[in-house]
Write a protein that binds this ligand. Sequence first.
Ligand code: PEP
Ligand code: MN
Length: 358
Amino acid sequence: MDAMQPLTLIVGPCAAESAGQMDAVASSLGAAVRGIGDGVSIVLRAGLWKPRSRPDSFQGAGADGLPWLTAAAQAMGVPAATEVATPEHLITAYEAGIRHFWIGARTTSNPFMVETLAAAEIADRTAVTWYVKNPTSPDIELWCGAIERLRQAGYEHVAAIHRGFALGEHSASAYRNAPVWSVPIELKRRYPALPVLTDASHIAGQAVLVADVAHQAMRIGMDGLMIEVHPHPAEALSDAGQQLTPEQLQSVLETMIADRCADRHETPAADEHSALAVLREQIDETDDELWALISRRMQIVRQIGAYKRAKNLPVLQTARYDEILSRRMAWAAGQGIDPQAAKQIMDIIHEQSVLAQT
Ligand code: PEP
Ligand code: MN
């Protein structure tokens, strides 16, 4: 295997709250990441302008917090990153010496905002690194659009951050944000050279679940992590429940180093005799069978549709679907398959069946 490819680790509090808090961040977090070793680039994060859903919650320290953040980053010897949503944020932070910026999920969702940010006048675009968070809904085109708008504006260093999606009751996930891993996986398929990081904190939503998400991200082969860390999480002014203490971060980092994939961008050599090639052949055969079954199911569905039409029966029969669904979910649980995942698959199949009958 090739040498370890570098990972990016963006750590720090949800928000810069005071000069004292950022001093404490610099010393405690600095100590926690000091021994992490080669191949990991560390960036210190802290939100200054916080996009909060409600106007009565902490909105961030704004430009007052810039000197706290830059001083903490300097003390740690790492670059500082903050979220920007308007050209004014970007220019103010750039002039204070910040060169790493993330675009938050709510901003990525708005192409006008991204366009305005991309067009903002700063002295040297090549010195800047952008991290584009996914939009709040699993719309990959919005995510790609934001990345492309920055690239077209002459920004060369653009990365993505997967922070999960707000699916509400459609989510099968125990986390705050549904990961929907298929979306960042599709992003990596479209842009093989684009670094894609996982924001384990905003996905997890609870400190105890952060390690779990970080583990999944590393095993999948993501290019780094964003993790919120606060010297005293219980006292944090925003996202208190999901921030780790610097000590908790240390144990997540041990997992991260142990779980990381050495060679994330290479496909293993196509050696016919390798165990992987044999297993992949089995997968292809199984998929052939699976799709033949799906096609057979759709043929039966069309016959049922013709029958219902002839008898003037409605296509949707909820009692029947209830029965199919509960049977499949119970069966899945017995097979060690997440019943909610089974429900999602069944919902897609059922929706297609309903449409085929109309
Ligand atoms: C954040 O990183 O603090 C943040 C607000 O994230 P998101 O845009 O992912 O909600
Ligand atoms: Mn946060």
